[in-house]
Write a protein that binds this ligand. Structure first.
Ligand code: SME
Length: 160
């Protein structure tokens, strides 16, 4: 499905979601079911210095808690930058989710400068992700971050 249509669907999901949990689960479902290159889709949330897997679709993973700095996911937080890995077999700092995975993209969910978490996607194809995926997922992450202000009202300023 075209990215523009998916973004409109995502806006609708954000509008309709009554809880943070619902928003994150529906986001994963939307991404997983509408892109055949996306073989594993998950959202990790940052809790202190650990990424905690909130929900995912695809094969089960043992990496449900990832320290900042570890793997592609932890590196994204440490460097405060999205990660696009064309060939995960060439990486040293990589946590294998499934032996079939060949490439990975991690896009941070940021509210202003605060990192809330990340969207992590694996593909069984090499070089499956490019700038178009990053730009699309940045917009998805932006919608999640904007909605977090309403769904996570308890987030206090001293967490900033
Ligand atoms: N590959 C990730 C770990 C998460 S799994 O892909 C689900 C990493 O290296 O951080």
């Amino acid at each position: 499905m075209a990215d523009e249509i998916l973004l409109r669907k995502m806006e609708y999901i954000a509008e309709q979601s009554r809880s943070w949990d619902e928003l994150l689960r529906k986001t994963v479902e939307l991404l997983y079911l509408n892109n055949e290159r996306y073989h594993w889709v998950g959202i990790y949330l940052l809790e202190d210095d650990t990424l905690v897997l909130h929900n995912y679709m695809g094969k089960p993973t043992e990496h449900t808690r990832i320290p900042v700095g570890k793997g592609v996911c932890g590196t994204a937080v440490q460097q405060r930058e999205n990660q696009l890995i064309g060939d995960v077999t060439k990486l040293e700092n990589y946590l294998a989710c499934s032996p079939e995975t060949k490439s990975e993209i991690v896009v941070l969910i940021k509210d202003d400068e605060r990192i809330l978490g990340q969207i992590d996607i694996d593909s069984d194809q090499r070089d499956a992700f490019g700038p178009d995926d990053e730009s699309f997922l940045n917009q998805i992450a932006g919608i999640i971050a904007a909605k977090s202000r309403q769904l996570l009202p308890s987030r206090s300023k001293n967490h900033a």
